[in-house]
Design a protein around this ligand. Structure first.
Ligand code: GLC
Length: 715
């Protein structure tokens, strides 16, 4: 009999439920409920998992309690939200999505895992796989953007990075795909609100990234707080037991979100804690994070016959199996026993600087405002996010201290020298104080170019940070109006560096600024990464992974819209459009300028007649007609012209990146298995249907920029 079965045979009910319990240790606060001291419970074996504990010292201290003083000496599983880095932060996930580079997505996760494991962490509550098409929702910042196909690529890349080749590797940590599922379309973009989307949308948009995470071997899954069409995800037997464990064959651990089992009472589907515990366990939830609902409720639920001991044992078995796969039984102290070398840390910071620079999205650039000319004498660096080092972390900084983050002021000063950078905050991020605007305006006369650093504070996106009106907070608009007017009057270029966790609705700013560089929240090396792009050391290459609405009234807005029976036609009144704004976004998915200028010269799709076993070869020729070298991202979309269900006008199926010197021409080839042209039939089974498909290639989902070729699928 193996170790796990022997343990289960010896465990008391309290010890079994202890392995199904995760409580906070208090190093970080990531939710509304704070747990007390867990030491006695660890000794008693009634808590087997912790979150928010950081550092070899504290981790090994509590681990020693478990493996030396508890009766069965079962090691603790320690988890933390290592979302986009641990102590060294990479750009927030939405920003990193803008790289369109799976190898780098994996690499940054690998680096984060190594750093977290060195701190004793064995599980991260990441990747966050929630597709979002609503910038009002604060957690848009944590996810892959608006597209399910992109979400699949990111989920798989991140799982590979966090978990490495073997979970038992001391530098590997268990990944948790979250938040299962369809959390993004919360009603009206309001955090934790109910979700009501069609079953087809759940399968076509919100499940693919979780399917990819499972296929990549993700160790655990976390259900969302929300209810989906009347069933809270923490109690959703159909999707947890049916789709995830049944159809996907997921046999890993399901860990509830923070206090979510207890919150089934607020959802109104459980009358008391035992009922809530039973609903969760019967849906397949193994670990109760922070609610204490399993500890309080499962013994009663067993007495009432609401759950079976066999199901309790099955959950315990999955948790112990994960601990065994992590190597915790063989060496509970393996994570945190090996300090990282200074060289590893330096290389990580270099990577963080590179990724920060590559994640920036240049939405607009006119009057040659960027890059700043090498001859520039003095730069006016203005705005509340110029020296806001701590804000560069974004909303999920977990173990990353505010100290050590590089601000724009530091980065630009390091790049240009202190004498060439004049600085004025003008206003704060979100106060009503406008006294500093005059000094900021005066500064414009003494400099050659102006760089305005505007946007949100880190905590204005992320969890519990929905914004009904996602615009510039505080009095930043007044600062921008005054400075841009003065710059225009002086004939000096004005660049906006925009910090945000979601697309902001800024039509005035986009119209009046000469250039707009979206920085999102670039992480620890923010200032250097931004300075590299502003000074031309690096050409911007980021492409927005989410459409930028013109107004909140367009939300949800995304490129993969289904056709209307009355497609928009400006010549015909009775067609699908608004009276007051265009249908298209301010900036389309995939938009992002570079310091080059790329012309797409040819699209060649072969074969033009395909069968299910074929692979499409999509070749695109392009030329850099600009004066600087740059990296271009080419997107490939398809549209199924006639099918048994309505099909999105564009479906993203691939991308490729190419760097070209000025005047150089080149080509990229994207290979697409014909199986990728499948659609979900009425039973949500993937099927191929014969017929014509249009294949598109271009720089974004803006249809006016796309080359197209038709192919025929014979089944
Ligand atoms: C939070 C989040 C979840 C996170 C967990 C632990 O409330 O919803 O994403 O992993 O609690 O911090």
């Amino acid at each position: 009999m193996n170790r796990i079965e022997m343990l289960i045979g010896r465990m008391t009910l309290a010890e079994k439920i202890g392995q199904l319990t995760m409580t906070a240790a208090g190093s970080a606060v990531t939710g509304p409920v704070l747990a007390g001291d867990s030491t006695e419970a660890i000794r008693a074996g009634t808590v087997g998992n912790l979150l928010n504990l950081v550092g070899p010292g504290p981790v090994h201290q509590l681990q020693r309690l478990a493996v030396e003083e508890s009766r069965l000496k079962i090691p603790l599983l320690i988890g933390l939200d290592v979302i986009h880095g641990h102590r060294t932060l990479f750009p927030v996930p939405l920003a990193e999505a803008a790289l369109f580079d799976p190898a780098t997505w994996t690499r940054t996760a690998r680096e984060a895992a190594a750093e977290a494991a060195a701190d004793g962490i064995a599980m991260t509550f990441a990747p966050m796989c929630d597709v979002s098409r609503d910038p009002r929702w604060g957690r848009t910042v944590e996810g892959p953007g608006e597209d399910p196909w992109l979400g699949r690529q990111i989920a798989a890349a991140k799982v590979r990075g966090f978990q490495g080749a073997h979970l038992s590797d001391p530098a590997s940590i268990a990944a948790v795909a979250k938040h299962f599922c369809a959390y993004g379309p919360v009603t009206a973009g309001r955090e934790y609100a109910a979700v009501d989307v069609s079953e087809r949308t759940v399968h076509e948009v919100h499940l693919p990234s979780f399917e990819a995470a499972v296929a990549a071997g993700v160790a655990a899954v976390m259900p969302a707080f929300t209810d989906l069409a009347g069933i809270p995800m923490t109690a959703h037997q159909g999707l947890l037991k049916g789709w995830l464990r049944g159809r996907q064959g997921f046999d890993g651990v399901i860990v509830s979100d923070y206090n979510a089992i207890h919150e089934l009472l607020h959802h109104g589907v459980a009358a008391d804690v035992p009922e809530a515990a039973a609903l969760a366990l019967n849906a397949g939830v193994d670990i109760d994070m922070m609610a204490g609902a399993y500890r309080q409720g499962l013994p009663v639920a067993l007495e009432r016959g609401l759950v079976s001991l066999a199901d309790v044992d099955a959950a315990v078995r999955r948790v112990l199996t994960l601990k065994e796969r992590l190597g915790l039984f063989d060496d509970p102290f393996r994570r945190g026993s090996r300090a990282e070398t200074p060289a590893a840390l330096a290389a990580r910071h270099e990577l963080a600087r590179e990724v920060a620079g590559r994640s920036l999205v240049l939405l607009k650039c006119e009057r040659e405002a960027l890059p700043l000319p090498a001859s520039v004498r003095r730069i006016g660096l203005i705005g509340p996010l110029t020296d806001a080092a701590a804000e560069m972390r974004g909303p999920w900084w977990a173990a990353a201290a505010a100290e050590g983050q590089v601000s724009v002021l530091e980065g630009l000063t390091a790049a240009l020298g202190a004498t060439r950078v004049a600085h004025a905050r003008g206003v704060e991020i979100a106060t009503d104080d406008v006294h500093g605007i005059a000094a900021a305006v005066e500064l414009c006369a003494t400099v050659d170019s102006i760089v305005l650093c505007l946007g949100e504070a880190a905590v204005m996106s992320g969890e519990a940070a929905s914004r009904a009106d996602p615009v510039l907070p505080g009095r930043q608009r007044e600062l921008a109006e005054a400075v841009l007017a003065r710059a225009r009057a002086l004939g000096k270029p004005a660049v906006i560096v925009l910090f945000c966790g979601r697309p902001l609705i800024l039509p005035w700013l986009f119209e009046h600024a000469d250039a707009v560089l979206v920085a999102w929240f670039p992480g620890t090396q923010a200032g250097h990464g931004i300075a590299d792009v502003l000074t031309g050391r690096r050409s911007p290459g980021g492409r927005t992974p989410i459409s930028w609405p013109r107004t909140v009234g367009q939300v949800p807005i995304f490129f993969a819209q289904r056709p209307s029976g009355r497609p928009a036609d400006p010549r015909d009144h009775f067609t699908s459009k608004y009276l007051d704004v265009p249908n298209d976004p301010a900036f389309a998915f995939g938009h992002g300028l570079t310091y080059g200028r790329f012309r797409y010269t040819q699209l060649q799709v072969t074969p033009s007649r395909v069968t299910p076993a074929d692979t499409l070869e999509v070749r695109v020729d392009l030329t850099n007609e600009g004066s600087r070298a740059a990296e271009e991202t080419v997107f490939v979309f398809t549209h199924d012209r006639v099918a048994s269900t309505t099909r999105p006008l564009l479906e993203l199926k691939g991308f490729a990146r190419i760097t070209l010197q000025p005047g150089a021409s080149g080509s990229v080839t994207v290979r697409i298995a014909v199986a990728e042209l499948r659609l979900l039939d009425a039973r949500f089974e993937a099927v191929l249907e014969a017929g014509e498909f249009d294949v598109f290639a271009g720089p974004s989902a803006d249809r006016s920029t796309l080359l197209a070729q038709r192919i025929v699928l014979a089944v």
